[in-house]
Design a protein. Structure first.
Length: 79
């Protein structure tokens, strides 16, 4: 149960990071063709960092889960 909650939180954080990256353009407070406003630069850096860190955490969790499943398979095969 805790693992599902943690992975769900990581997915939500990843999606929030993607939204921060897309928000200046989707909402329209970054005019097309204009120099990036300070708010846009902030959203891009923060969203990129949030999405990147949460993506790495999801990959690490998936690798750990795969390693555990592989270990269980070896244990069953040895029996």
């Amino acid at each position: 149960m805790k693992a599902k909650l943690g992975v769900s939180a990581l997915v939500v954080l990843f999606l929030a990071g993607l939204w921060l990256i897309a928000a200046p353009f989707a909402v329209g407070y970054q005019p097309r063709g204009a120099a990036y406003a300070d708010a846009t630069v902030n959203d891009l850096w923060l969203g990129g960092a949030l999405a990147g860190v949460s993506f790495v955490a999801i990959v690490v969790y998936a690798a750990d889960a795969l390693r555990e499943l592989t270990g269980r398979g070896k244990h069953v095969a040895d029996s």
